[in-house]
Write a protein that binds this ligand. Sequence first.
Ligand code: RIB
Length: 297
Amino acid sequence: MKILNFGSLNYDYTYQVSHMVCSGETLASTQLKTHCGGKGLNQSIALARAGIKVYHAGMVGEDGQQLVDACSREGIDVGYIRRVEGKSGHAIIQVNPKGENCILLYGGANRKNSEEQIDDVLERFEAGDMILLQNEINLVDVLIEKAFRKGMKIILNPSPFEEQLMGYELKKVHTFLINETEGKQMSGEENPEQMLWRIHQRYPDSEIVLTLGEKGVCHCNRDGKVISVPAFQVKAVDTTAAGDTFTGYYLAGVCKGNDRREALRTACGASALAVMKKGAAMSIPVMEEVKRFLEKG
Ligand code: RIB
C-alpha cells in the first residue's frame, strides 16, 4: 500500500509575541524565525520521521525550492510537487508565552492545483492506497471524488475548517482526524462524546479520531465503539504542528498494522514532544525519540 499526501507547503514566519495582536493594535514582536511548514508538508515529515515512505503532491511557487528540499532531506518522494508562477504559500504565526498560536494563511501556489495535475498524480496510485488530505489546498472536493472512484482510502484532516467542507462528499472519507474546534464546527456540539456521536451518525462508514489537547484523544470505529487515550502532561512552548505530528504518527501506526490504541498512544507521545520545541516541521520528533519518551512513560 502506498501513501500519497496531497497537501500544502508553506513558508512559516513565526513571531514571538507578548499576546496575540488585537484589532487596531500595533504590536512589536520579540523574535522572528522563518521555517518550512504547511499542514501538508508537516504531515509528510511526521510520516517520514515515523518511518513511512510517503509521496507528497502539491504546488510551490517560483520561490519554492527550499520547501521541496526540506521534503527531499526527509526521504519524502517529491516527484509530484510541481512549480507554478507566483509565490509559494506562507503563514504568519504568532506564538504567545503560553505556547499558543494563531495563524494567518496566504494560499499562494497551494491554491493552484488543477484537475489535470490531480489525474496525472492519481494515475500512479491504485485501489487500497491511502491518500491524506488537509484543507489548505484548492480542489479538495475533486480529490475526494477522484480518489474514491479509484478505491483509495481517504484520510481527511479538515483543517483549517471552512463551512463549505460540509457540502463535500464526506461520506467517502475512511478516517477523519479532527481537533475539538473542528469537532464543534462539524457537529454543532460542545461535548466531545456528543461530537463523536453526531459525526458517527452522519458518517457511519468513517472512523473518527478526535484530539482534545491536554484531555487526550478519542477514537470511534464504524460500529460506534469509542476508545480514549490520555495525553502526556508536558510544558508546551509552541503548539504549532502538534496536530500535524499526531496525524503523521497515527497514520504511520495504522500502516504498520498497530492496533488503534497503540497507534493513538504513540501519536500522543510524538505530539507531546512536538509542543516542547519551538517551530512547526522542525519540532517533529523522530521515532527513536518517541520510543524513548514512551518508555519513560
Ligand atoms: O499546522 C501548522 C501549520 O499550519 C503551519 O506550519 C502553517 O504553515 C499552517 O499551515
